[in-house]
Design a binder for this molecule. Structure first.
Ligand SMILES: Nc1nc2c(c(=O)[nH]1)N[C@H]1C(S)=C(S)[C@@H](COP(=O)(O)OP(=O)(O)OC[C@H]3O[C@@H](n4cnc5c(=O)[nH]c(N)nc54)[C@H](O)[C@@H]3O)O[C@H]1N2
Ligand SMILES: Nc1nc2c(c(=O)[nH]1)N[C@H]1C(S)=C(S)[C@@H](COP(=O)(O)OP(=O)(O)OC[C@H]3O[C@@H](n4cnc5c(=O)[nH]c(N)nc54)[C@H](O)[C@@H]3O)O[C@H]1N2
Ligand code: SF4
Ligand SMILES: [Mo]
Length: 678
């Protein structure tokens, strides 16, 4: 009789959540018969303390999904059709090598473009392609699809100053979640906020609509999209007008208070009310409470940064704590996410020294134009891994037109048959994080953790590093980095002595326990002046100001916010995590105006494209807005396109970021009702 799963010996091992989420949760993985059978939170993890989100509670279903790609495939249908036949790894690698060698001989290596983002956040696997494409001299990719404008806004004021420890929030008496749906995107920060609340802190949410996080907040302030710089400047106007600034802190630590006062007169409560939609008395009241708080703590989410004025909005908000001296108080300040990059020898892992000359750089948010318009040379070879640009990149119609080009040779390395995978000429199967070694670093705390393979590779799948070891041999690239083991690289990555690792128990780290790094000892503000730079003489825009969004051609602002149970386009393969229908939320008044009703199949449109959604009426969404949660696969959409057919390739004012929330649409009844495919 076959042994039952329950009789088989089980082992429990530590691992880490590999996904693009600030939390980097610690996992306990139960293994039986070389399969992951249960995944739970690690109660010993210092910040994530045993709780996982709904997405990861059954990670074993993703890892052992029947939908996993298990063998290399060669396209035998039309591009995008998804018809393939199996081939061996040896044949796949040989064909890729031949095609690339031909492209390089005809057009030079810049005609090849690597495209990757954060399918896995592990330092080794995420960066595995960089040394290879540097060695080749391929076009460089600027990876700005997420929120570099947030970094640029912080940098303008705070320079390289590390973020405060998020645990500071526990000592705050006023926590402001500014464009942050933490209940969906940052659950462990929200746990800290709730603990602060239990100790008496007030919690505010400043957002566009009342979502799940509003249920936690004591006050929710709804503002007009992209208007946040005006609100921050309006608050600064009142702080100065009413002598509520901490002048001693400003004198000692801030550059540019006098210059700031030249711009503030324009931001009266009445002027700011017209821009933000908040009543003047509400702006007055918010400011008085902010000034009265002992240690106000602002957490800036990605929302405000995804507009054409995104960097300036973040920069304006980051100035606020300096005016009230919040930085000097335990629990006060402002948080935009941690970065522990400096703790690791990143140039080594990225193979920066292998760069050939200075190849052109293509911003990943402009992939549509890169594939359809770029010349000298055009992109002829595309290698996609750890990303799903057919649905996550803006201007989907352009991206798909590019991917459909017959003269484009596309390789995709993936775990699932995503929309991008369907356009591959050669499709390679990728491992999951339980099958590889890596080091993960949180961007919501200072924790880092290493993982080891806990199960054999599923099918014939290979890790990103394994694929580039094969491709390097095929292309004749003999540099040692391509053939070092994962363990060797991890040792090198953490070997360079730097302050971040002082006092860390390296044995605990090596055995897979999470460790908490600490930024090197406090040496004041890491800006050129050593002060907080409200006035930044090195930038073209020397002072914060409100940059108006002028495009009003279509009536509704489309905000494409994160969904609770999916992560960008990841987890859509899991039926139980996907919403039943791809919905668009609007206020009832907007639907009635157009003769539309709950559940109607509607077409959202603008100059870029048309997308069908099922309409959801929700009066927690103010009039003038349309909210589409989640980055759906086309396969599960009611029509032929998903939300990024309505978003543009426009970049932010600084930082080269995407502007996913800064698009406008109109709605009409869809021509034909198409049933959702199961
Ligand atoms: N469940 C889930 N978790 C995720 C993700 C996911 O898709 N799903 N994605 C992951 C990734 S890659 C990232 S980058 C992070 C994303 O994390 P964030 O970008 O921080 O996402 P949110 O926290 O939802 O912040 C967006 C919020 O900003 C609000 N907002 C939009 N425009 C404005 C505005 O002009 N002003 C104000 N005040 N608010 C505005 C939106 O309504 C939304 O509530 O989350 C990660 N975690
Ligand atoms: N409209 C709209 N568009 C958005 C957003 C939005 O809020 N609205 N969010 C944007 C943001 S913040 C981000 S960060 C981007 C995210 O864009 P992406 O980083 O492309 O994220 P995912 O959609 O999660 O796709 C990652 C893919 O990598 C694959 N993968 C996972 N692990 C591995 C691995 O080890 N090797 C290989 N080869 N593949 C692997 C997964 O199967 C998955 O299909 O999307 C952006 N797009
Ligand atoms: S997706 Fe985020 S919250 Fe969910 S388990 Fe992973 S790190 Fe934790
Ligand atoms: Mo992101």
């Amino acid at each position: 009789m076959a042994q039952k799963a329950s009789d088989k010996p089980r082992e429990i091992h530590r691992s880490v959540c590999p996904y693009d989420c600030p939390d980097c949760c610690g996992l306990l993985v139960e293994i039986a018969d070389k399969r992951a059978i249960r995944v739970t939170g690690d109660p010993d993890h210092p910040t994530t303390r045993g709780t996982l989100c709904a997405k990861m509670n059954h990670y074993e279903k993703t890892v052992h999904s029947p939908e996993r790609l298990t063998e290399p495939l060669l396209r035998c249908g039309k591009k995008g059709e998804g018809k393939f036949r199996p081939i061996s790894w040896a044949e796949a690698i040989k064909r890729i090598g031949e095609q690339w060698s031909n492209i390089i001989a005809e057009s030079g290596p810049e005609a090849i473009l690597p495209y990757s983002y954060a399918g896995t956040m592990g330092i080794l696997q995420r960066n595995a392609a960089h040394p290879f494409f540097h060695r080749m001299g391929a076009s460089l990719l600027e990876r700005g699809i997420c929120m570099p404008a947030k970094g640029a806004g912080w940098q303008a004021v705070m320079g390289d100053t590390p973020a405060p420890d998020p645990d500071e929030v526990l000592s705050s008496d006023l926590v402001i979640l500014w464009s942050c749906n933490a209940a969906a995107t940052n659950i462990h920060f929200l746990h800290r906020v709730k603990r602060a609340q239990q100790r008496g802190a007030k919690v505010w949410l400043i957002d566009l609509y009342r979502h799940r996080t509003a249920a936690v907040a004591d006050r929710t302030f709804l503002v007009n999209p992209g208007s946040d710089a005006a609100l921050a400047l309006g608050m600064m106007h009142i702080l100065v007008r009413d002598n509520l600034c901490d002048l001693a802190f400003i004198a000692a630590q801030v550059q540019g208070f006098a210059e700031l006062q030249q711009v503030l007169p324009a931001y009266t409560p009445e002027a700011v009310s017209r821009i933000t939609g908040l009543a003047p008395e509400v702006i007055e009241e918010m400011t008085a409470s902010y000034a009265a708080a002992r240690a106000p703590f602002i957490n800036i989410g990605g929302g405000v940064s995804r507009y054409r004025n995104g960097a300036m909005s973040v920069r304006s908000i980051v100035c606020l704590p300096a005016l009230v001296g919040a930085w000097a108080k335990q629990g006060g300040g402002c948080f935009v996410g941690t970065s522990t990059g400096a703790a690791f020898d990143m140039p080594q892992i990225e193979g920066t020294a292998l760069r050939q000359g200075t190849p052109r750089t293509i911003n990943m948010s402009c992939l549509g134009d890169a594939l359809t318009e770029l010349n000298s040379p055009p992109v002829k070879g595309l290698y996609i891994h750890s990303s799903n640009p057919a649905v996550v990149a803006p201007d989907q119609n352009r991206v798909l037109a590019g991917l459909a080009r017959d003269d484009l040779f596309t390789v995709v390395h993936e775990r699932f048959m995503t929309d991008s995978a369907r356009y591959a000429d050669i499709l390679l199967p990728a491992t999951s994080s339980l099958e590889t070694s890596d080091v993960y670093r949180s961007y919501g705390s200072y924790s880092v953790q290493r993982s080891r393979p806990l199960i054999p590779a599923v099918g014939e799948s290979k890790s990103n590093r394994e694929v580039f070891a094969l491709l390097a041999s095929e292309m004749g690239y003999a540099e040692p980095i391509f053939h070092k083991s994962d363990d060797e690289l991890i040792t090198e990555l953490t070997a360079t002595p730097n302050g971040w690792w002082d006092g860390i128990d390296m044995q605990a780290f090596a055995s897979g326990h999470p460790v908490e790094l600490s930024p090197p000892a406090d040496s004041g503000y890491s800006t050129p002046s050593g002060r907080i730079e409200i006035f930044n003489p090195l930038l073209e825009e020397k002072l914060p100001r409100y940059l108006a969004l002028s495009d009003q051609r279509f009536a509704l602002q489309l905000v494409t916010a994160p969904a609770l149970k999916t992560l960008n386009s990841t987890f859509f393969e899991r039926d139980e995590l996907r919403d039943r229908q791809m919905g668009l939320m609007v206020n009832g008044s907007e639907a009635r105006k157009r003769g539309l009703g709950e559940g109607d199949l509607v077409t959202a449109f603008n100059d870029l494209g048309e997308v069908d959604f099922y309409l959801q009426l929700d009066d927690e969404v103010p009039a003038g807005l349309a909210i589409a949660e989640g980055v759906w696969w086309i396969a599960f959409a009611p029509g032929q396109r998903t939300v990024n057919s309505l978003t543009s390739q426009q970049l932010t004012d600084a930082g080269g970021g995407s502007t996913f929330y800064d698009n406008r649409i109109e709605l009409k009844m869809a021509k034909e009702k198409t049933e959702v495919r199961d």
